[in-house]
Each structure stands twice: as C-alpha cells, then as structure tokens.
Design a protein around this ligand. Structure first.
Ligand code: CAA
Length: 284
C-alpha cells in the first residue's frame, strides 16, 4: 500500500502538527475543517513553526515553501475521496469521531486507510461504525507534533497486517519513532501519564506545595522537561479531563477519577495555555 496523499480531519493543535510533518516529509496533504477560518488558523500555526525550523537551520526557506505548497485546506469531506490515508484529529469525543469517520467512509475510495489520533478512546469501537474495520488503526502523535519524536501505532483486534505495516511505515517516514500498543484506553503513554497528572492536581488541591514547587520538584528531581501542572496547561485541562472521564468509565478505578479542582477549572474556562489561564496565567 503506497501512501502519497494524506487527508487530515481537524486542523487544531494536533491536526495541524500532523499536517506539518506530513507535508515536510513530501506527502500531499488535505486538511479538512468545519470552517475555512479554522484550517487557515492551523496553516498559520504551521507557517510559524516552519519559520522557526528555518531560523534554526533545520530546514531551508525553499523546503518551507515546498511544504506549505503541499497543503490544501477544505471544508468538504468529499475532497478527501482519493486520499490513501485519512487521519482524524478532532475533539476527544467518541460521537464526534464516529460522525467524522462515517462521513469519510461514505466518500473515500475503498482502499483508503483510516487512523484516529485519539489518545484515550478504544479505536475498535470507532472502527466498528465504518465498513472497513480491518483498514483502521490508531496513529497517536504527541504535542507538539513537530518536536515530539514518538508515535504510538495501535492495532485493534480487526486491523490487518497490511494496514498496520502501512501506518507504521508512514509514521516512520515523517521522522517518528514507533511503538506498538494494543487497543486499550490510553495505550502506553497516557495510561501511565494521566494518573501522574491527576495526582499532581490532587497534591496541589491538598495544599502539599505551591504550583511552582510541584513543577520544579518534578523537573529537577526527575529530569522532566516540564513539571506536571505546566504540562497540564500545555496539553489543555479540558483534554485531560475528557481523557480521565473515558478512563474512569472504562476501568472504574479511582486512580482515573477527575479531581474536583480539575473539573472546577474546566467549567470555569481555565483550560491552560490555549485559554490564557490554567494553573498559570498566560495573558501577558
Ligand atoms: N514548532 C517549532 N519549534 C517549536 C515548536 C513548534 N511547534 N514548539 C516549540 N518550539 C521551539 C521553541 O520555540 C524553542 O525554540 P528556541 O530554542 O529558539 O527558543 C524550542 O523549540 C524549545 O522550546 P522551549 O524553549 O519552549 O522549551 P523546551 O526546551 O522545554 O522544549 C518542549 C519544548 C519540546 C515542548 C519540551 O518542553 C517538552 O518536551 N515538554 C513536554 C511535552 C510533552 O510531554 N508532550 C506530551 C504531551 S502528552 C500528549 O501529547 C499526549 C496526549 O494525548 C495528551
């Protein structure tokens, strides 16, 4: 299965990052959003990120322009019809993802491989709503996609070998290191990361230490690039809240229960960096 053309559903933080690394690797990319303004915002983010790479000498100005030239934005799912691979990166909500894939299933050629960038939902449950569960897998990228080296490739009980190999080959071709996981909520990374982040919120809520000291403790004590509260702000508190709810629903284990403070902050619109305030203030 040769992949030349990649369709990406959703051009937010993750979708635009996946579009960026795909275009840089030489793929033709069609990015589908619900409004033109959304993919335009995503493409502006890509342009800014590529400019950073040019500034650092990691890309030439010509390579940046070539990559930008491989990107097309659209609001029509039918424009993804002849894509060899379609990757979905919309909100972490099962109904929304199923809706997207049902639409794509109607319009895409029979050979098109489908992949979800979900970080927590069972892929097989989404795939079951399409006519091609054997051509369906998980391709889980990490934020920020252009910098993070890992992709989790997730095989469901239905994913066939050719699809798995094609998806793995694609992730490697965009410069990522691949780990393979079974279709269990959170796969490898989030299964271990999310309880740690929730524990950090609980520790802060219980008054163990200041937010700065919790973050400095884990940065300098464990060599993490970011402390847990900074990382929560970076990922988005709403995203972690949705993931925790999905895990709790699946495992019925208190480790995955959302701390009350996290829920209060999400309901108050304190979502982290993207909303200007989370555990820290980004308004300046
Ligand atoms: N494109 C291009 N350049 C970028 C960039 C992007 N998208 N984002 C950051 N950079 C650049 C910065 O501008 C900076 O450049 P300068 O050195 O010229 O200033 C450089 O990369 C380094 O960035 P920073 O100085 O801001 O800080 P850093 O050295 O800490 O690196 C980081 C940033 C790579 C994000 C690092 O902090 C890190 O690895 N953080 C942890 C991220 C993480 O854990 N991600 C996983 C989240 S979990 C997830 O994604 C799964 C999920 O499903 C929820």
């Amino acid at each position: 299965m040769e992949i030349k053309k990649v369709g990406i559903i959703g051009c937010g933080q993750m979708g635009s990052g996946i579009a960026q690394v795909s275009a840089v690797a030489g793929y033709s990319v069609i990015s589908r959003e619900i409004e033109d303004a959304f993919w335009q915002k995503g493409f502006a983010r890509i342009e800014k990120s590529l400019a950073k790479f040019v500034e650092k000498g990691k890309l030439t100005a010509a390579q940046k322009e070539e990559a930008m030239g491989r990107l097309i934005g659209t609001t029509k799912m039918t424009d993804l019809a002849d894509c060899d691979l379609v990757i979905e990166a919309v909100i972490e909500n099962a109904d929304e993802k199923v809706k997207m894939f049902k639409e794509a299933d109607k319009t895409c050629k029979p050979e098109t491989i489908f992949a979800s960038n979900t970080s927590s939902l069972p892929i097989g449950d989404i795939a079951a709503h399409t006519s091609r569960p054997q051509q369906f897998c998980g391709l889980h990228f990490f934020n920020p996609v252009p910098l993070m080296k890992l992709v989790e490739v997730v095989r469901t009980i239905s994913t066939d070998d050719a699809t798995y190999q094609a998806a793995k080959g694609f992730a490697e071709s965009v410069g990522k290191v691949v780990v393979t996981a079974k279709d269990s909520p959170g796969f490898i990374v989030n299964l271990l990361l999310v309880p740690y982040l929730l524990d950090a919120v609980r520790a802060f809520e219980a008054g163990l230490a200041s937010r700065e000291d919790i973050d400095t403790g884990m940065k300098l004590g464990c060599g993490h690039p970011m402390g847990p509260l900074t990382l929560l702000d970076f990922i988005g508190l709403d995203t972690i809240y949705y993931i925790a709810e999905i895990f709790f629903d699946e495992f019925k284990d208190g480790r995955y229960a959302s701390p009350p403070l996290l829920k209060r902050m999400v309901n108050a619109g304190l979502l982290g960096k993207k909303s200007g305030r989370g555990f820290y203030d980004y308004s300046a």
